[in-house]
Ligand binder design. Structure first.
Ligand code: FAD
Length: 498
């Protein structure tokens, strides 16, 4: 049967946060956009703890602020960490970062089924042609460029959409990204596996931290504890991939075993019951989720979100990176379709900014893992930054363009501490200096939050929020040398006016 063929400006594969963001911001500039999603929404997804830039920056650009408020998600004012040598958790608060005070000093913990559906329905309301139960089977193109996709709709008819651009936002497990002809490089450092489930009736941190994510280190890894509602909690253990065999048999027992070895989480769940029915009734595992592709773009095609890269769940960066990439990709495509920029220039800006954001998070998270000192534990010893040097890791670090992580400062512990000590206070104030920080590891953590790399992470996230809040009045200098700046409406790129 020959396929039904149609022509549009852009076809987006995947209706997660990355796909919904890019498609909405393209439709808002009047382009014809088809979004193909293989599932029927709402569908399950992990990645429930958000950052303020997604809620207040991207959310405002997309026009979903009020809907997110109405959904009454748990308000997250930061993260609480049982990390380092002290048994008492300490807090990282969003409120102290510049530009994040007042109404934008929080994020949400979300049930992704609800959050992703809000973004997808909003895309449709803004003019995107959203087609669910439509799985892309093939990318079409030639040596010069990608020219569209083939997919099968709910009625089983083979269809073809020809487009000037194909955006791959199809997540971690799809193989569509291979059409950019790059290589997927896995991180050796974050070579972890996650096992997770849901509990009813878990305890909460005392107010005002009751909505915080709690991350608690234990000998074999660390556990996340995310309050999704007053009673529902998402709980997952991140352990070394070498322990994969332990997860083969009884997964309930495996998850319980990790919880029992993590005092604080064990206590919080002492009166709770695991959800055993419905979407949240399953215990799930995920592995091989920390990687980056060697290329994010080829003529006619661009990768966004997990299709391009992901690091590690410890600081809730996944949805931020995917929606940020959605914004960058939309700006590049809008600029090319308007005839304002050539594809090379527009996508150099996309890839430069996206890799930079990924790189600074990668470095920050590597240093953050290093703060948990437990020389007796295989998991933590294997993740000391002083272990940098394994061949795969070197390839990964050089690809993301690591500065701190791959170089001297992180290759011996003394230099690392010195680097932290000489750095200015910066965001260090975002860490509440409670009694738990008055330890050697607490001090090191405090310094970590004052390093230039953390300031870099925050700078761009702040820019996005300022853009969301101030709209056309937001001022942004180029982020990359000789680079572009956002247009006044924030939806495209323009040359800097000097
Ligand atoms: P996705 O959300 O995966 O969406 C991709 C969509 O594409 C899906 O709906 C899928 O059905 C669709 N699709 C796939 N193939 C096709 C096809 N062939 N045709 C059509 N459609 C297709 N992030 C956070 O921000 N906070 C967290 O707390 C957090 N915790 C995490 C914990 C773990 C263990 C892991 C592994 C990740 C975590 N993440 C977290 C990361 C987060 O899950 C992802 O980064 C985020 O979901 C990426 O969004 P996306 O839009 O790129 O992809």
């Amino acid at each position: 049967m020959s396929p039904v063929v149609e022509n549009v400006d852009v076809v987006v594969v995947g209706g997660g946060p990355g796909g919904s963001t890019v498609s909405t911001l393209l439709a808002m500039r009047g382009h014809s956009v088809v979004l193909l999603e293989k599932e029927k929404f709402p569908r399950y997804q992990i990645g429930e703890s958000l950052l303020p830039s997604t809620v207040h920056g991207i959310g405002r650009l997309l026009g979903v602020t009020e809907e997110l408020e109405k959904a009454a998600f748990t308000v997250k004012r930061g993260g609480s960490f049982r990390w380092g040598t002290n048994p008492v958790p300490w807090n990282f608060l969003f409120a102290v970062a510049p530009e994040l005070t007042g109404p934008t000093s929080y994020a949400y913990q979300v049930e992704r089924m609800k959050f992703d559906e809000i973004l997808l329905r909003n895309a449709a309301a803004k003019g995107v042609d959203v087609r669910e139960e439509s799985a892309v089977t093939e990318v079409i193109g030639d040596d010069e460029r990608v020219r569209g996709v083939r997919y099968t709709g709910p009625d089983g008819t083979p269809r073809e959409v020809r487009a000037t651009f194909v955006v791959d936002a199809s997540g971690n497990r799809s193989r569509i990204h291979q059409n950019v002809r790059g290589e997927r490089i896995y991180s050796d450092f974050f070579k972890n596996i996650a096992i997770f489930g849901y509990f009813e009736g878990g305890k909460r941190l005392p107010a005002p931290d009751s909505g915080n994510i709690l991350c608690a280190a234990f000998d074999e890894g660390w556990i996340w504890y995310i309050p999704l509602s007053d009673t529902l909690t998402s709980v997952g253990a991140v352990i070394s991939r070498e322990h994969a065999a332990k997860l083969q048999g009884d997964q309930e027992r495996a998850l319980r075993g990790f919880i029992d070895r993590c005092e604080i989480v064990k206590g919080f769940l002492s009166d709770a019951t695991r959800v055993t029915e419905g979407t949240y009734g399953e215990i799930r595992t995920r592995k091989d989720y920390s990687y980056t592709n060697s290329s994010f773009h080829r003529p006619g095609m661009v990768l966004v979100g997990d299709a391009a890269c992901f690091i590690d769940p410890v600081f809730s960066t996944g949805v931020h990176l995917s929606t940020y990439a959605g914004l960058l990709a939309a700006r590049s495509i809008n600029s090319v379709l308007a005839g304002d920029l050539g594809e090379d220039r527009a996508f150099a800006e996309f890839e430069g900014r996206y890799r930079r954001e990924f790189r600074v998070f990668y470095e920050f998270l590597s240093a953050f893992y290093d703060m948990q000192s437990n020389e007796d534990s295989y998991f933590w010893k294997a993740r000391k930054v002083t272990n940098f040097g394994a061949t795969d890791l070197e390839a990964f670090v050089s690809l993301v363009g690591g500065v701190h992580s791959g170089e001297q400062a992180f290759t011996n512990a003394d230099a690392l501490v010195e680097e932290f000590q000489k750095s200015s206070a910066g965001l260090a104030d975002a860490v509440e200096r409670t009694g738990s920080m008055q330890t050697e590891s607490g001090e090191r953590m405090h310094h970590l939050f004052g390093t230039p790399v953390v300031r870099e992470v925050m700078t761009e996230m702040n820019n996005i929020q300022v853009r969301g809040v101030r709209g056309e009045d937001a001022f942004e200098a180029p982020l990359l040398e000789g680079g572009l700046v956002p247009s006044p409406d924030g939806l495209a790129w323009t040359e800097e006016v000097k």
